[in-house]
Design a binder for this molecule. Sequence first.
Ligand SMILES: [Zn+2]
Length: 87
Amino acid sequence: MANCPSCWKNDKSFFAIRCPDCNTVVSFVEQLLHSTMRLIAGIISTVVFIAFMLWAVPTFVDWAETLEPANPPQAEINFDEPLDFSN
Ligand SMILES: [Zn+2]
């Protein structure tokens, strides 16, 4: 199913002359250009979204690492040495 250039519903067959929803006459060249532009716009928006996420996720991680921890780490226990109860 192709997208209608007039009503933007996806019920229209690609080679159909009229859209079944809005009854608009859509020529083959118009349908071809509309579908091609939608495809290109979809590819560009997908690439832009992936590039944005590749920038945003490391930027957010770098920013989050600058925050103070909610529970600061306590003194570490060294399990290799026996516990000293002398004091
Ligand atoms: Zn339509």
